[in-house]
Design a protein around this ligand. Sequence first.
Ligand code: 5GP
Length: 208
Amino acid sequence: MSSEPLTTRRMGVGRGLAFVVTGPSGAGKSSVINRVMEQLPNLAFSVSYTTRPRRKGETDGVDYIYISHEKFTSLIDSSEFIEYTTYLEDRYGTSRSQVERVMMSKKDVILDIEINGARSLRQAGLGKCTIVYIFIAPSTLDRLGERLRARGTESDTAIAARLRIAEQALADLDKFDYLVINDDLDTAVDELRAIIAAERTRIRSANH
Ligand code: 5GP
């Protein structure tokens, strides 16, 4: 055996892994992601740009970068988005410079994006990154509705629209690598952490 450590034969940390987490609004993606990031090192969150107003409890630059529609358009023109979408009334986009910065820092990146964003990434790829697609959802749409109502941040009309989008997103489920059910936060956190750990120990890229 050569003296080169065997760890270099694994995908490992900082070898270009991107974890794309998709799932309906209200699925609890942010809570799961935040907990996993507290527990796993070398993982950076891709903070998206959005034109949606900041919700109570959110922080600019941490949850999102909140910008105007005009600024969003100018960022499209300067090719700052790896992908972007319009979701209900607002626009959301993944920052190219931010993802590149994470890759340079030899960390893995985790993205929280909706189904159209995941679709765009599947077509365009992410440079040399291996992308792992993870879908997070509660076990039923009824539970999702309960969560959205309990969150109390959207009107009944906005909740109904989010549920319709969630139902449509399920049609794409078989294009994902993993499904995490978030009925119980601890279980969902364990599952996402296990997926990341498994992908980091992988030898061959699953995208081959
Ligand atoms: P919310 O308004 O509930 O924070 O987000 C609405 C939806 O937009 C969520 O499903 C979230 O995953 C998605 N989203 C957040 N950032 C981005 C992004 O940069 N690109 C895309 N395509 N979707 C995003």
